[in-house]
Design a protein around this ligand. Structure first.
Ligand code: G3H
Length: 490
């Protein structure tokens, strides 16, 4: 692991990484061992934190005081180096989290594009910083300054992209970084460590690996973390924040649980709704925070919608991540198939049915998508975030029922409306945009394009990300103000 500018050798316990891709053994199908990573203990984690604190040096370190142009040039050099590692990282994305080859390439390319867009956005902000404002005899130079040490934790479903969409903006704004990759998605960062080591001053970027619940609490309790950025669970984020001794001094930039709904009104184009809900619910096996996780369909269209959706699911290709055109791949979390079965069984026990052939069937780490209907509020699938290939469908009569659902939900990320009636859409936008942070019309929910603000209400997020918003999130607006007097007026 990388700590204080050095690749540290490891002699302690290791975590054995099991791929979601299984091999046949004498006892049946088993997840293949693809590597190990160090299980850093509290001391190693604390030493990495100390390195980040020392590199920041209360804002007097080399990195936070470096010119923006020089920081940009370090990040450009880093980007050139990681581009050379693309094939290795793509391969590890497939083996470590089961992402299809096409989606793994997209994740890598999107990350590189994001870094370049971030550089352009910062150049723009910097141009504005070199202008001066004069008000009431005071001349001010307004700039953006770093916040300190950032603890950065990305999710398993976008282990590269969603780690870098927080890490890179935090870094380029002059903060120092302590970064813990997700449990599933650690190995793929290995090829990039040398670029971190050689492109940035010592201690500016440090990694820690291991069991979050054993190493992160002490880091939070130390009070030395200035920014917590986590894309993951709302529960974990809340627990971690509470450990900070001066929580009012901690900035949190969080992307959390979501239960995005699609609302298919009686005026919807059903074909379009099927196409978009299929992609929205099942891209990367439904393992996206932006996935559609509950579908409300008007009773008058329910039969047509369910039949079409079941046919569309049957047309999806199952297979290993490297197979051409594959969309359904093995799931990285070993406990996920059992959890999804529990959700489906619970719905069935409360009166729903799996309406598509083979829905919910599990073979090793594969789970065949299940369309569950009719779902109601007595079932887990109504409010819990399943984060997997299960599509709960709820019939409704009155649109008010769907608005009530969103008002009562603890989640507030996005919603999709499907309707061809402009007046109906217009009547829904205000009530919905006041419940969630993004309303999609006749299309699925998603994060991109990356220049769009990405956030959520209620328990779904804290702070805002996007190319420009992230630069703001990881910095503070500061100014240098000079009172004009006779001498400096000249
Ligand atoms: O998992 C959460 C991601 O933010 C989803 O991003 O909509 O681009 O797939 P995406």
């Amino acid at each position: 692991y990388l700590s204080n500018g050095e690749m540290c050798n490891w002699t302690g316990d290791v975590h054995t990484v099991l791929s979601p891709i299984c091999i046949r053994t004498a006892t049946g199908l088993e997840r293949k061992v693809i590597g190990t990573y160090p299980l850093c203990g509290p001391e190693e984690a604390m030493a990495s934190l100390d390195a980040a604190v020392a590199a920041y040096n209360n804002g007097r370190g080399e990195w936070p005081t470096m010119s923006v142009a020089d920081r940009i040039s370090c990040v450009e050099q880093f980007t050139r180096q990681i581009i050379a590692k693309k094939d290795e990282v793509v391969k590890l994305l497939m083996w470590e989290i089961g992402k299809s080859h096409g989606d793994s390439v997209k994740e890598f390319d999107r990350t590189v594009e994001y870094i370049y867009a971030t550089i352009d956005a910062l150049k723009d902000i910097d141009r504005h910083s070199s202008t001066f404002t004069i008000e009431q005899g005071i001349v001010a130079q307004i700039r953006r300054s770093p916040l300190g040490v950032v603890l950065c934790m990305g999710p398993f479903n976008y282990p590269l992209n969603e780690t870098f969409t927080t890490l890179i903006p935090a870094l380029i704004m002059g903060n120092t970084i302590l970064f813990k990759p997700p449990k599933h998605g650690t190995l793929l960062h290995y090829p990039l460590l040398e670029a971190f080591r050689t492109c940035f001053p010592k201690g500016v970027v440090n990694t820690i690996y291991g069991r979050g619940n054993q190493i992160i609490p002490d880091l939070m309790k130390s009070g030395q973390i200035n920014v917590l950025t986590l894309i993951g669970s709302s529960k974990v984020a809340n627990e971690l924040k509470k450990l900070h001794p001066k929580v009012n001094r901690l900035r949190a930039i969080l992307g959390l649980d979501a239960k995005n709904a699609a609302i298919i009104t009686q005026h919807a184009d059903v074909k379009l709704a099927i196409q978009e809900t299929l992609l929205g619910s099942l891209s990367f096996n439904g393992q996206r925070c932006t996935a559609l996780k509950i579908i409300f369909v008007h009773k008058s269209l329910a039969d047509e919608f369910l039949k079409g959706l079941a046919e569309a699911v049957a047309g999806l290709k199952f297979g290993m991540p490297w197979v051409d055109g594959v969309s359904l791949t093995p799931l990285p979390e070993p406990q996920k198939p059992a959890y999804l079965k529990e959700c489906i069984d619970d719905a069935v026990a409360h009166g729903a049915k799996v309406i598509n052939e083979n829905g919910g069937e599990t073979v090793a780490s594969f789970v065949y998508p299940a369309i569950v209907y009719p779902v109601n509020k007595d079932m887990k699938l109504y409010e819990e975030e399943q984060f997997g290939p299960v599509i709960p469908v709820v019939p409704f009569e009155d649109l008010e029922e769907t608005i009530e659902y969103l008002i009562e939900s603890t989640h507030g990320q996005q919603v999709s409306i499907f309707s061809n009636d402009d007046d109906e859409i217009a009547s829904l936008i205000d009530p919905l945009v006041n419940q969630v942070s993004r309303v999609n019309i006749n299309c699925q929910c998603q994060r991109g394009p990356d220049v769009f603000p990405f956030t959520g209400r209620k328990d779904s997020a804290e702070g805002t990300l996007s190319v420009v918003d992230a630069l703001r999130s990881f910095s503070i607006r500061s100014l240098v103000a000079t009172k004009l007097n006779d001498k400096n007026k000249q």
